[in-house]
Design a protein around this ligand. Structure first.
Ligand code: ADP
Length: 784
């Protein structure tokens, strides 16, 4: 038996866990068993295998398989299932075939996916210094890609946060960009442009790929084709039908936020604080928008205009949001419809969604008159004719019944025959009791045993001779008769007939609804846009945000800006701060003691810009934002000890990335650069980096530092300004005002902070003494 297991295992991509059906159990062996038992806390046992000694084994019962597979997928594993089938020619034997391959980046089942997140599968092909990137979302049918210079591949891939990346077999680890994704493999030849072209043409049924913006980009054709082929291989060769087109996106249309910047700015916290969406597709789209702020003022303003159309009118806004709340995940349901795997529950949910569409459109009407974006969304929400009526007529809401009575005459007949059989049974029981005079006689049914006549033991000696004995229990005996057996087979047939008809009719309905799938996807996307816009409007109203003025000019001006997350987390009231960055004030050196509010200020400026370019209102009284092409961050000494790199090396690598990548349209946020090395080294580097940013790159830069020397840059560099985080000294104690003002902070207050932190007075007093002496000797500031 393990021979067949090994055969199947060899057909699978490496690292795929194989569940092998043995009776009612699904077993895993060897390494798989170890992984499964570790990941799922299952008992690891072993069994004897011919010639191989004992092999490790871990199994799950069939009824629990789905749940365990879902858990493995969520943990990033790929899983294959080999089901037991009757041998085609030897009916007494079983064979096993792989019936499903599931991978983290290709699942469409709701129990594995998280509603608010897209689940991307990605691949890339590098040739002649350029990288083609293709991504697919199997659960929504999204399929797109782009071409970037090879150097930008890691950042561009990271932008998608893929769950799974497919690469050619035997790709060396060094060739892989660093990603938190499952790495799967596919045959090397499938990544050739010619193979890609063939796969895509076949999938889309077209002679030329020109319509998809793919011609002239062999890297992209190769990547997109490899992805399509991979998806269909997983399904035993049948194409991923939910993918109906390919969109080539322009990486220049959206701001690149790499994973480090997303983390540094706290994008997750931003999302959880501001998200007011009501639908799963809205939630996914909100995230997508925030991860890809726009770069064109006109497109941003279109979104802001849409928010503005919903923002001021409470009744209008909440009306729209209430209707959104009753719309389920149509986007993913549409995918299951295309794959003909929609459950009756999915269809009922779809019907509910379509019912909610009318009221939603009506509620949205007045707002759509004021916004082009909402007008387009409204137009896309055209209900596909007949779908709702079909589902309402056909799909039953009753437990244990798929198709409604009255929908199909054939089915109704089969049902009444089946139910008539019940009556037959009652009659049969009464008649037998009468004929035999057995008072305890009953007719019963058990799975696996079938129908029987049961008689109490004390009456057993009186059963008629044509009763065939089946089973003796403690108090009863069970019998069958020819008549009862005949009935049983009729009954079985009737039940099977009902099930067969229900399945057939469900299939017909699925096929009919499938026709409407592209329209459903369009509706889903429109609903998502409305949901995000309504979420921005609701957050703006609740959190007191203002509409930013977004322009193509360079420069940022914010009055009374707040940090969108920290403002809800501070014990004392949050102190708003202004910001002005422009050509003549492009480099701003911020000094002040620890805990004075420098980092919060830096991030707040970046987050306001990010929100504005996403099309959201911003936490400020007023904001004027000249679009930036990218936000670069280098903040704090992130704990990279685990990866074995020195903090300083990481810091310098990131600084190099910024100095090489930033332009005069970029916003650069630097916090404490040069910390990881000696004071002189660190300060010199910080100084030189600041100069370079001012003179050569000319980016808009906020630079928080504890090197007070850097404040002297303002004397010589025309575009450099000093800011300080103000503290007050009251009776030997310092009070953080969290106010950012022009000027340089001369004292670092390090000793004060240490005192606050509870260091023994002997230590802080001694430190004060040393500090005074060092300052007197002229190395002031280096002690900060
Ligand atoms: P620094 O970077 O100067 O060491 P932080 O920016 O980390 O200081 O701020 C320290 C703490 O001060 C924050 O955790 C927050 O609680 C509080 N804080 C910062 N800015 C403000 C503000 N504008 N208003 C109120 N509290 C603030």
């Amino acid at each position: 038996m393990l021979g067949r297991y090994a055969e199947l295992k060899a057909q699978l991509p490496p690292g795929t866990i194989l569940f092998y059906q043995v009776g009612t159990f699904f077993e895993t062996f060897e390494e798989d068993a170890k992984t499964v038992s570790r990941e799922l806390s299952l008992r690891l046992t072993s069994r004897e295998a011919a010639g191989e000694g004992r092999v490790p084994l871990a199994g799950v019962p069939g009824h629990a398989l789905q749940e365990h597979v879902a858990a493995l997928l969520r943990k990033g594993h790929s899983v294959a299932i080999a089901e037991q089938r009757q041998h085609p020619t030897k009916p007494r034997q079983f064979t096993r075939e792989i019936t499903q391959i599931l991978t983290p980046g290709t699942v469409i089942e709701d129990n594995v996916l998280s509603a608010g997140r897209s689940n991307y599968l990605a691949t890339f092909v590098v040739r002649d210094g350029r990288a083609g990137i293709a991504v697919a979302e199997a659960s929504t049918g999204e399929f797109s890609g782009t071409v970037v210079p090879e150097a930008e591949l890691p950042a561009e891939l990271e932008r998608w946060s893929p769950r799974e990346v497919v690469v050619p077999e035997r790709t060396a680890v060094e060739e892989l960009p660093r990603l938190e994704a499952r790495v799967s493999t596919a045959p090397r030849w499938t990544f050739e442009p010619s193979a890609g072209e063939q796969a895509l043409r076949q999938h889309f049924g077209v002679a030329s790929l020109r319509g998809y913006g793919l011609d002239g980009s062999p890297q992209l054709v190769a990547a997109a084709g490899a992805l399509i082929r991979y998806l269909s291989t997983l399904r035993g060769g049948s194409p991923p039908e939910q993918i109906v087109s390919f969109r080539r996106y322009d990486p220049g249309q959206a701001m690149l936020l790499d994973a480090a910047t997303r983390r540094n700015l706290g994008l997750e916290e931003l999302i959880s604080t501001t998200d007011r969406t009501r639908t799963p597709m809205g939630q996914r789209t909100l995230r997508r928008w925030l991860e890809r702020p726009l770069l064109e003022a006109s497109r941003i303003n279109q979104r802001l205009e849409a928010v503005d159309a919903l923002f001021p009118d409470y009744m209008l806004r909440e009306g729209v949001r209430e209707h959104l709340g009753s719309i389920p995940d149509i986007e993913r349901i549409a995918t299951r419809i295309v794959r003909l795997s929609a459950s009756p529950g999915d269809l009922l949910a779809l019907r509910g969604a379509l019912e909610a569409l009318g009221p939603l459109r009506e509620a949205l009407g007045p707002a759509a008159e004021r916004s082009e974006l909402l007008r387009r969304a409204l137009a896309a929400m055209e209900e596909p004719p007949g779908v709702r009526e079909l589902i309402a007529a056909a799909i039953s809401e009753e437990e244990g019944e798929i198709i409604r009575p009255g929908y199909s005459e054939e089915l109704d007949e089969a049902r009444s025959f089946r139910d008539g059989a019940h009556e037959w049974l009652t009659r049969f029981e009464a008649e037998e009791r009468l004929k035999t005079g057995l008072k305890t006689l009953k007719v019963g049914y058990r799975d696996g045993e079938g129908y029987f006549i049961e008689v109490a033991g004390k009456e057993a000696h009186r059963v008629p001779p044509h009763y065939e004995h089946r089973k003796a229990l403690k108090h009863n005996a069970r019998y069958v008769t020819v008549e009862l057996k005949e009935h049983e087979s009729r009954m079985l047939t009737a039940r099977e007939e009902v099930e067969r008809l229900e399945r057939r009719i469900l299939g017909e309905i699925r096929a009919a609804v499938k026709e409407a799938a592209p329209q459903l996807q369009r509706i889903a996307r429109a609903v998502a846009v409305v949901d995000v816009v309504a979420s921005f409007a609701a957050a703006a109203a609740e959190l007191r945000y203002c509409r930013p003025e977004v322009t193509e000019e360079r420069g940022i001006r914010i009055s009374s800006g707040r940090h969108p997350v920290v403002e809800h987390a501070t014990e004392t009231p949050f102190v708003p701060n202004d910001a002005r960055l422009a050509g003549d004030a492009r480099l701003q050196i911020i000094t002040g003691p620890n805990m004075a509010g420098k980092s919060v200020y830096l991030r707040q400026v970046a987050l306001i810009v990010l929100l504005a370019q996403t099309g959201s209102y911003v936490p400020a009284d007023e904001a004027r934002i000249g679009v930036v092409d990218r936000i670069f961050t280098r903040v704090g000494a992130e704990d990279r000890l685990a990866s074995g790199e020195s903090t300083f090396m990481v810091e310098m690598t990131e600084a190099a990335g910024i100095l090489n990548g930033a332009t005069e349209r970029s916003l650069v946020i630097l916090d404490e650069v040069g910390r990881g090395t000696s004071t002189y080294d660190g300060m010199s580097l910080a100084w030189a980096i600041a100069e370079y940013l001012h003179d050569d790159v000319q980016a808009l830069t906020l630079f928080a530092t504890h090197y007070h020397e850097l404040t002297r840059l303002a004397d010589s560099l025309p575009g450099c300004r000093n800011l300080k985080a103000v503290v007050e000294e009251v009776g030997g104690e310092i009070v953080f005002l969290h106010r950012i003002e022009p000027g340089a902070e001369s004292s670092s207050y390090g000793v004060h902070v240490a005192r606050l932190a509870g260091l023994p007075p002997r230590v802080t007093d001694r430190a004060q003494e040393i500090l005074s002496r060092l300052e007197a000797e002229g190395v002031k500031g280096f002690a900060g």
